[in-house]
Each structure stands twice: as structure tokens, then as C-alpha cells.
Write a protein that binds this ligand. Structure first.
Ligand code: GTP
Ligand code: SPV
Ligand code: MN
Length: 584
């Protein structure tokens, strides 16, 4: 099927190593997708959902020990250890290949090997890139059909070039003892074994579009970021594009599909992407972004027709659900979907749900749905030139200290805000949930090289832009003394976006504070919003002691990078401490 010699050679070599019974080259056609579905139904790795209410929707249950990304088993294998940096796990490439190569040896015996050429980014865009994933998982192949542009479109984009990112994936024996997610950025190669879940196994997503792509982006002068992209339409009909980085399970999909409150004022949010942005500076010095993905791999729990009606409509057809619960009516169910758990509910493991206190759906259960069927999808989502970005937003879960919104003083201060962002951990990765760690630009688990060089790259990119986007820090997750969220979030977040838009337009009341530019009193539109008394004050309050402790945590984090940390960031750190020391 393919005339690409290096691709064919890699497929043959891989087949010799993994020894599959059959090789299937994916065409990406609708028929092929249906064949995959039928085969999984037969093998019982997929369950048919209620075809009247959820046409062409299915449920998959992953192995109970394989339900989230495993950061401790994810490695950046650069030839020099220092190039991976202090925030990544590192293994010597030769050692990695020996160790993991043994696991791949014969791992596909009795199985079919699927070869999936795929395109990340719109067809016809010079910023799109080709990957080829080899996998022995039909679930992965079906998900890739939704998440990327699969088949001939990718080979056409490749043309006569050999420039594709190879990714080898096998379920192996699914044992966490023999699970490795390996990246070889210098060769643009990915090897993943022992997991069938999400970002561990759909190699176009975090492995290619972030870890390998961030490395390429640094070399080639562009940016690969863990960001949603939206167009915010204002009452006059103008659309302003924004990109926003939040850590995993911290609100990107929700913000990207928001139905804004303030309906009477006529704001609308258009979805361009919900997880990853590839950005470059155009000839005019304008930052532009494309969404490299073609689908959404979104968190199910918490999604309801109240919080995210657009997502609820998006997953009503052609969707694969993973690790959600199942109702007696064969419909998907999860916590906070909007209905109470019912008699006969089957939990995510496939047993009768009875354990009160235990969630029926896994906290990291997900849906995979085609982006094109999202009711709020932007008319520009496949524009080969991407969309112009006017604001960059950093956000994370912080119960305390971090106010609802702060504007950075300038690009350099914005890079400081992003690089020093603290975030509470979530169920999207294995490990403890709710502990604060530094998660720079929401990229801690996804940067394919030394994080200090990544910060330097951000500073350099700013210098290439004519009108660099304004940078903001937001926090929807601040809590009161009773542990309740102070801010209603979801559609009400438009009130913060409205202020951000006003700042972009040179309006919007503001005041200087030690941590940056805050909204002036009453500059956030709270019309029609029922907040408990004093909530807004608490949301915007600058907790001086909390920030001094925060500055100390940043100090500790920055020190890990030694001399490699750009001096500009130390400067910003010193300025923050200086301003705090003068604050009342
Ligand atoms: P990844 O796909 O892992 O990268 O996650 P994401 O950043 O897209 O997060 P998502 O939008 O899926 O939200 C994750 C969880 O946070 C869901 O349970 C949401 O209901 C919840 N959430 C999202 N936005 C808000 C908000 O504004 N306020 C509150 N309180 N919760 C929110
Ligand atoms: C994330 O964890 O940020 C995700 C889900 O978007 S996964 O594809 O598993 O990385
Ligand atoms: Mn994500």
C-alpha cells in the first residue's frame, strides 16, 4: 500500500521483532472502523450501548491496574542525562532499547499488528505532522481513528518525505512491572508497552503531540503546548482567540465547550481544541495556533447537562466510553452526570455497584468523540493557518492563595507565572490526588526535554512576536473555610473571560498588586450571579503570607535547575519577593 521505503522498512523490522500473525495497514475508512468495532464486540473487549439513545456508542473496560497515565514509568531517553532535565525520568537510549526491546520480542505472537499512519493537524497545513503508530490493540486503533486523521490523508501529507514520527505500542502483558512509555526525542521515536490506556497508548496525543513535538518545536522555533484553544465571540460578533493551559483533569475541555452565562449579553465560545495547541509566529509576528487532534478524549465524571451541555451532546453518538458505569438501560453513567445512581448499576469494573462511597465510574473514566460533531466547533478549527492568539491563560486547581484572575505585567512576567504555577494533582495520572506540586505551563509530565531550556524557549518566542498575547493566571478552584468552592465555575467562567477580553481590547478596570495586575473593584461582571457575601473579596484576596510561602516553594523548584534556569526568571522571582515585602 505504501511507497514509502523507510516506513516499509520500519514496519518490516518491527514485525521481525514482535512476530505478529497478521499485519493490517489502516486505511482510516468508516468501514474499517465498523469492522474494528464488530471484532471487539465479538472478542468482548467492547460492549454495545443502547443504540436508540446512544447510536454507534460503545463501552470499553480497561484492565483495573491500567486506568491512567503512569508518570513514574514514562521516560525521556536522550543520549545525555542532563538534556532530559531534573523533572523527567531518564534512561540511556541504548539501555532503554535493550531493556524494552526484550519485552517487544515476540509480543505480538498470535495477534494482529495494526499499522496506523496518522496526521496531526488539519490536512493541507504546513504545521501538520505525520506519525505512524504500530499497535496490537484494536481499542487503540479505533480510538486513533477518532483522535487523529488516519490513513491515506497522512500518507498524502508525507508525500516523498521520510519525515514521520514512528511509535511502537504493544499491550504486552499489561503488568505495571513491565510497563514502559519511552521517548527518544533525538530520533523522534516512541516505544510504549504494557498499557492500553489513553495517553500511554494513543501515541499521537501526549507522546507525539507534546513530548516529541515540544522537542521538535524548540529546535524549529515553534511551540507544542498542553492547551485548549477557543474563539470568544463578543456581543458585536468579533471573535478573539485564546489558548489556555490547565493540568490534566483541571478544566480544559469544560472551558473549551463552555456555554457562557451572561446569555443576554450575547457572548459565545467556539471550540477549536480542548487539549493540545501547536503554535507558531507568522510573518507578521502574530502568534497562531492549530489543534493537532481530531477528537476529544475527555474526562466523564462531573460532565452533565448543567456543567457542560455541549460535551453531553457531543458524546451522544459515535463515541467510545472507557471505564464509565453502565445503567440497566445500557446507557453510560458517571458521578455527577445529573441522575442518581440506580438499582442495577454496573460499575466500571463490570460488577454490580454496591459499595457506597466507591465511585461507580472510575474518576479518570473518559469519552472519545469526534471533534467535528461538537455543536460549538469553530468554523476555523481546521483552518490550515490556525487562529491568531490574543491571550494565553494559565490555570490550575488551588484551594488556597491563588486568586480568581491575575494579569501578567508583560511577557516575561507571564512566563514567570506559567513556569512557577503550583497545581493540585488529579486522577488523570496514578499517584496521590490533591497534593500541590509545581506544574509549569501544565507541562510537567509532557515536556520532552530540559524544563529550564523550555522556559528559555518561551522567553525567546516572546521576542519573535510583534504584539505578544497578554498572559493571565486563573483559578476556578479556590475554597472557603468549609472546603466549598467559592466560585461557581463552568459557564460562569465567562465573567473572567470577559475581563480578559476587555484587557486585550485595552479596556477593563485594573489595579496593580504585588503578584501582578488584578481586576479593579467591580471590574468582574457579577450581574445576576448569586455569590455568598464576601465571596468575591475572598476570590480576589491576595494572601501575603501564602504568597511568601509560595515564593519559597518557587525558589526550591527553580534551584533544581541550577545554572540552566534563565536569569530572567530569577529576576522575576526577586521582583515578586520585593513587591511582597512592601505590601501591607
Ligand atoms: P484532561 O483531559 O485530563 O487534560 O482534563 P481537562 O483539563 O480537559 O479537564 P476537564 O475539563 O475534563 O475537567 C476535569 C474535571 O474538572 C471535571 O470533573 C470537571 O467537571 C471539573 N471542572 C471543570 N471546570 C470546572 C470549573 O470551572 N469549576 C469546578 N469546580 N470544576 C470544574
Ligand atoms: C491528560 O491526562 O492530560 C489527558 C488524558 O488529556 S491522556 O490522554 O491520558 O493523557
Ligand atoms: Mn490533557
Amino acid at each position: 500500500m505504501s511507497r514509502h521505503t523507510s516506513l516499509i522498512r520500519w514496519v518490516e523490522e518491527t514485525a521481525r521483532l514482535t512476530k505478529p500473525d497478521h499485519i493490517h495497514w489502516c486505511t482510516g475508512s468508516a468501514d474499517e472502523y465498523q469492522n474494528f468495532i464488530q471484532q471487539m464486540l465479538k472478542e468482548k473487549t467492547l460492549i454495545e450501548l443502547n443504540q436508540n439513545t446512544y447510536p454507534n456508542c460503545y463501552l470499553h473496560r480497561s484492565h483495573p491496574s491500567d486506568v491512567a497515565r503512569t508518570e513514574n514509568l514514562t521516560f525521556i531517553c536522550t543520549s545525555k542525562k542532563e538534556d532530559a532535565g531534573p523533572t523527567n525520568n531518564w534512561m540511556n537510549p541504548k539501555e532503554a532499547k535493550e531493556k524494552v526491546g526484550k519485552l517487544f520480542d515476540g509480543c505480538m505472537k498470535g495477534r494482529t499488528m495494526y499499522v496506523i499512519p496518522y496526521l496531526m493537524g488539519p490536512s493541507g497545513s504546513r504545521f501538520s505532522k505525520v506519525g505512524v503508530e504500530i499497535t496490537d490493540s484494536l481499542y487503540v486503533a479505533a480510538n486513533m481513528h477518532i483522535m487523529a486523521r488516519v490513513g491515506q490523508v497522512a500518507l498524502n501529507h508525507l508525500g516523498n518525505s521520510d519525515d514521520f514520527v514512528p511509535g511502537l505500542h504493544s499491550l504486552g502483558d499489561l503488568s505495571p512491572e513491565r510497563r514502559f512509555i519511552m521517548h527518544f526525542p533525538e530520533e523522534k521515536l516512541i516505544w510504549s508497552i504494557g498499557s492500553g490506556y489513553g495517553g500511554n497508548a494513543l501515541l499521537g496525543k501526549k507522546c507525539f503531540a507534546l513530548r516529541i513535538a515540544s522537542y521538535m518545536a524548540k529546535q524549529e522555533g515553534w511551540m507544542a503546548e498542553h492547551m485548549l484553544i477557543i474563539g470568544l465571540e463578543d456581543p458585536s460578533g468579533n471573535v478573539t482567540y485564546m489558548a489556555a493551559a490547565f493540568p490534566s483533569a483541571s478544566g480544559k475541555t469544560n472551558l473549551a465547550m463552555m456555554i457562557p452565562a451572561l446569555q443576554d449579553q450575547g457572548y459565545k465560545v467556539w471550540t477549536v481544541g480542548d487539549d493540545i495547541a501547536w503554535m507558531y509566529v507568522d510573518e507578521a509576528g502574530q502568534l497562531r495556533a492549530i489543534n493537532p487532534e481530531a477528537g476529544f478524549f475527555g474526562v466523564a465524571p462531573g460532565t452533565s447537562s448543567k456543567t457542560n451541555p455541549i460535551a453531553m451532546q457531543t458524546v451522544k453518538k459515535n463515541t467510545i466510553f472507557t471505564n464509565v458505569a453502565l445503567t440497566p438501560n445500557n446507557e453510560p453513567w458517571w458521578e455527577k452526570i445529573g441522575t442518581e445512581p440506580m438499582e442495577g448499576l454496573i460499575d466500571w469494573r463490570g460488577g454490580a455497584w454496591k459499595t457506597a462511597g466507591e465511585p461507580a465510574a472510575h474518576p479518570n473514566s473518559r469519552f472519545t468523540a469526534p471533534a467535528g460533531q461538537c455543536p460549538s466547533i469553530s468554523p476555523k478549527w481546521e483552518d490550515p493557518k490556525g487562529v491568531p492568539i490574543s491571550a494565553i491563560i494559565f490555570g490550575s486547581r488551588r484551594s488556597h492563595v491563588v486568586p480568581l484572575v491575575t494579569q501578567a505585567i508583560d511577557w516575561q512576567h507571564g512566563v514567570f507565572l506559567g513556569s512557577s504555577m503550583g497545581a493540585e494533582t488529579t486522577a488523570a495520572a496514578t499517584g496521590t490526588v490533591g497534593v500541590v506540586r509545581r506544574d509549569p505551563m501544565a507541562m510537567l509530565p509532557f515536556c520532552g526535554y530540559h524544563m529550564a531550556d523550555y522556559f528559555g524557549h518561551w522567553l525567546d518566542m516572546g521576542k519573535k512576536m510583534k504584539n505578544s498575547p497578554l498572559i493571565f493566571r486563573v483559578n476556578w478552584f479556590r475554597k472557603n473555610d468549609k472546603g466549598e468552592f467559592l466560585w461557581p465555575g463552568y459557564g460562569e467562567n465567562i465573567r473572567v473571560l470577559k475581563w480578559i477580553l476587555e484587557r486585550v481590547q485595552g479596556k477593563g478596570g485594573s489595579r496593580e498588586t504585588p503578584i501582578g495586575i488584578s481586576p479593579a473593584l467591580n471590574a468582574i461582571d457579577t450581574s445576576g450571579l448569586k455569590l455568598s457575601s464576601g465571596a468575591m473579596d475572598q476570590l480576589l484576596h491576595i494572601d501575603r503570607d501564602g504568597w511568601l510561602a509560595g515564593a519559597e516553594a518557587i525558589n526550591e523548584f527553580y534551584e533544581k535547575f541550577g545554572d540552566r534556569l534563565p536569569v530572567e526568571l530569577w529576576q522575576e522571582h526577586a521582583r515578586l519577593e520585593e513587591r511582597l515585602s512592601h505590601a501591607p
